[in-house]
Design a protein around this ligand. Structure first.
Ligand code: G4P
Length: 539
């Protein structure tokens, strides 16, 4: 049992979050700069990294994985002003997969990064929806302010309208004739003037001025000052103080403006983030909600990283600690297997380095070697048997049919597909009863198909081809049932069952989904599979 005060103190220090953004908005740059401000990487190193992109921290780790080194870091932990920040990586670009969504299940908050010229983009929307599912607090950073971008009022309007979240700007950009001059901090009532730093080599100067300081007029001219005062009046008239309850529930997002590349506006973001980010919320389990300061150690597996080779030995399970205290060498109960296990040499990730964990508290993410006993969603505990709610199945957008190259390996293929689907590497759909047909694979990102093909061959000896199918939407069926086996002949979509036997319909586009929804008005076609939508409510 742990000292309750120690638990409270340690939990309060921990801030576990992810950055959600569309590719190219500047996530790699922001990640690197957050590490820079956290003192986790050297200035010179950062500059070099920026010049040779292949060596930027996250790219470096990617290369490490490709070379087959056993652990690729999915979590970067760094200190900031007495807090311990854990940034959970959400791969974008070609790597985008279900792992990206699942990472958001392990965090307590997200920083939504927007390109000031582009606003809310497609991938941001998808990731936002997953955060929304957990009512997670979201902080917004509008990046690339050093370049011409969109009107900030217009951007706020877009976020509110497209994402359905209120916006509370904490910093506000000052521009003169389209040139970015700095930000006004509405809570501190101070102005920070922008100075271009060469290649982001130094932390940007942080000298603050008040709204009536002579330096301000000198820098932004009369026109800038006038505009700023008008904007501030407008903002103040628009809303009251930031509602922290709404922030905690993800109903309002504090917004910051700056430029990751030139290090501008980042301390303002980070300072507010560590101050305002609410403590980790209680998590639903089959025995009611479990709070982070519960003395029982509880944790769940949210990601399994296996190298794409035969050796199961270097498989790592990423575990999110949700309550209590983890101590090195302790025995924990693997609830699904109903047996005690010892977590040998769990590791944590401090910037680029791996360190063996001595203890861990709610918010921490640790990597444990997996001898093949973990599945995504498994609960570990040292208390009575509790089970965290299963992770949702996320909406796949790519579908494929598995075609056997060697028909003698039917059995191996079946086993392999089932295991890979259970592990969460890919989603598996089967035709409903009364219909013949093959197994269909569903993936959030195309890379998942390559992984599955590779693993089927190397781990199960089944050589397959994956033929792409033309569906691009999956919706789970809730409410009144639909005749799954008959949908296709009526052009309403393709009815199937997921790996848990839940009914799903696959569609070729929004038009087909709409037609089907009209034909079955008492049925709900929901975006996320069982689990997410059926979390037991807190007691
Ligand atoms: P991502 O991980 O979200 O895909 O974005 P990444 O950080 O790789 O940034 C995408 C591009 O945007 C990079 O340019 C990067 O330098 C640029 N960028 C990031 N933050 C800012 C900013 O605050 N201002 C400006 N002007 N640009 C920014 P690139 O040309 O693709 O790469 P590089 O040649 O600069 O390395």
């Amino acid at each position: 049992m742990s000292d309750p005060q120690l638990l409270q103190r340690e939990i309060a220090r921990r801030k576990t979050f992810a950055i959600i953004s569309h590719p190219d908005a500047g996530k790699t740059t922001l990640t690197e700069k957050l590490l820079l401000y956290g003192g986790a990487i050297q200035l010179a190193g950062a500059v070099k990294a920026k010049r040779a992109r292949a060596h930027a921290v996250s790219d470096y780790l990617e290369m490490e994985r490709e070379r087959g080194i056993s652990i690729q870091s999915s979590v970067l932990q760094f200190p900031y002003k007495g807090r311990l920040l854990s940034l959970v990586d959400t791969p974008g670009h070609a790597d985008f997969s279900e792992d990206t969504y699942r990472a958001l299940m392990a965090t307590d908050a997200a920083i939504m990064l927007l390109d000031s010229a582009k606003g809310v983009e497609a991938q941001t929307k998808k990731l936002f929806r997953v955060c929304k599912l957990r009512s997670m607090p979201i902080f917004s950073f509008v990046n690339k302010m050093d370049r011409p971008g969109r009107d900030p009022f217009e951007l706020i309007g877009e976020v509110e309208e497209v994402l359905g979240i209120g916006v509370y700007p904490i910093t506000w950009p000052i521009s003169v004739r389209g040139q970015f001059k700095g930000v006004y901090h509405r809570l501190l009532r101070q102005v920070f003037l922008f100075q271009q730093v060469a290649h982001g080599a130094e932390m940007a100067p942080m000298q603050a001025h008040d709204l009536y300081a002579p330096e301000l007029e000198q820098a932004v001219e009369e026109e800038g000052v006038k505009q700023l005062r008008e904007d501030v009046e407008l903002l103040d008239a628009a809303g009251d103080a930031l509602d922290t309850g709404k922030l905690a529930r993800g109903e309002v997002t504090p917004m910051f403006f700056g430029s990751a590349l030139t290090n501008f506006g980042l301390p303002q973001l980070l300072d507010s983030f560590v101050e305002m980010m609410p403590a980790p919320a209680a998590r639903p389990s089959d025995k009611g909600a479990i709070t982070p300061d519960d003395e029982r150690f509880t944790a769940f597996v949210f990601k399994i990283q296996a190298n794409m080779d035969r050796a199961h030995r270097d498989r790592i399970a990423f575990v999110r600690v949700c309550s209590g205290r983890y101590e090195r060498g302790m025995k924990v109960r693997h609830v699904r297997l109903d047996r005690d296990i010892r977590l040998t040499n769990p590791v944590q990730f401090l910037a680029q380095e791996r360190t063996v964990v001595d203890d861990g508290f709610a918010g921490d993410i640790i990597g444990v070697f997996d001898p093949g006993i973990f599945l995504i969603g498994d609960t570990l505990t040292d208390g009575t048997n509790v089970k965290y709610a299963p992770l949702p199945q996320f909406p796949p957008e790519h579908f494929g049919r598995v075609v056997m190259v060697d028909p003698m390996k039917r059995k191996q293929l079946k086993k392999g597909l089932e295991q890979l689907a259970q592990e969460g590497s890919v989603q598996l759909f089967r035709p409903p009863e009364g219909r013949e047909g093959e197994a269909i694979l569903g993936a959030v990102g195309e890379l998942q198909f390559d992984v599955v093909k590779h693993r089927l061959l190397n781990e199960y000896g089944a050589d397959v081809r994956i033929e792409r199918l033309s569906w691009n939407i999956a919706r789970w069926v809730e409410g009144e049932p639909v005749p799954l086996a008959e949908l296709e002949s009526q052009l309403y979509g393709y009815g199937a069952l997921d790996v848990h036997g839940q009914p799903v319909v696959l569609f070729k586009g929004d038009w087909q989904l709409e037609t089907c929804a009209k034909a079955f008005p008492k049925t709900r076609f929901v975006e996320l599979g069982a689990g997410a939508l059926k979390l037991p409510t807190a007691d």
